[in-house]
Design a binder for this molecule. Structure first.
Ligand code: AMP
Length: 225
């Protein structure tokens, strides 16, 4: 059965960490619009140049630009048997566009996981977040330190120094949270009305405990929903 999963939550809720695990566990692609945009900026593509200011100031990239990129990505062959979307949709117009893309391909979304974390926890977490510029792995100086300070633990990343994302400073985080509440939060009602939303508490427990609950939600009768 096809596996089309969305993971929603404010910036820093743990979407990337959880989505990566789910993708690996179920053998489906992990599609993160944030990673795709960062990759465009790093490569200096035309799109990368267009989006720089939005990214640095914590604003959302316009829906038309984001949706065009996603139409292309979801048409790639690795998406035929499902995917986990991390950071898309992030607005009601994007959700409507995603519904259109899915319906056109006579497919259906399976489940929408809504990770719940308070704003206070997010500010504490994101200012301590570091990422590996090579493999994308996420660390937290408070909760998930690498074995050697400042260096990625992943295989093939020997001596790769962890970095702080430009948009993980407190002022930008506060701005991103405000954008989240205004533009993205309405999606919680959107997917609840469609009977797809599953709430998962994203704080006061370890990432592994959260992952275990998500896995239970995704598997029914030994199959992924
Ligand atoms: P993320 O890595 O998901 O936190 O995304 C980082 C930044 O990429 C966001 O602050 C936005 O500027 C941009 N971005 C990611 N996904 C979207 C989206 N679905 N719509 C608009 N902008 C996005």
């Amino acid at each position: 059965m096809p596996n089309r999963i969305l993971i929603l939550g404010c910036p820093g809720a743990g979407k990337g960490t959880q989505a990566r695990q789910i993708a690996e566990r179920f053998g489906i692609p992990h599609i993160s619009t944030g990673d795709m945009f960062r990759s465009h900026m790093k490569k200096g593509t035309v799109l990368g140049k267009q989006i720089e200011d939005y990214m640095h100031t914590g604003q959302l990239i316009p829906d038309a630009v984001t949706c065009r990129m996603m139409v292309e990505r979801l048409a790639e062959p690795d998406c035929a048997n499902g995917y986990i979307l991390d950071g898309f949709p992030r607005s009601v117009p994007q959700a409507i566009e995603l519904d259109n893309m899915v319906v056109q391909r006579t497919e259906a979304l399976g489940v929408v996981i809504a990770l719940q974390v308070t704003d206070k926890e997010i500010v504490d977490r994101l200012t301590a977040r570091r990422t590996c510029p090579k493999c994308g792995r996420i660390y937290n100086l408070k909760y998930e330190q690498p074995k050697i300070e400042g260096i990625c633990d992943s295989e093939g990343c020997d001596a790769v120094k962890l970095v702080q994302r430009d948009d993980d400073t407190e002022a930008t985080i506060r701005k991103r949270l405000a954008v989240y509440h205004r533009v993205t939060e309405p999606l919680l009602a959107y997917y609840a009305e469609r009977g797809l939303r599953q709430d998962v508490m994203g704080e006061n427990r370890t990432p592994d405990e959260i992952a275990a609950q998500i896995e239970k939600l995704l598997i029914t009768d030994g199959k992924i929903v």
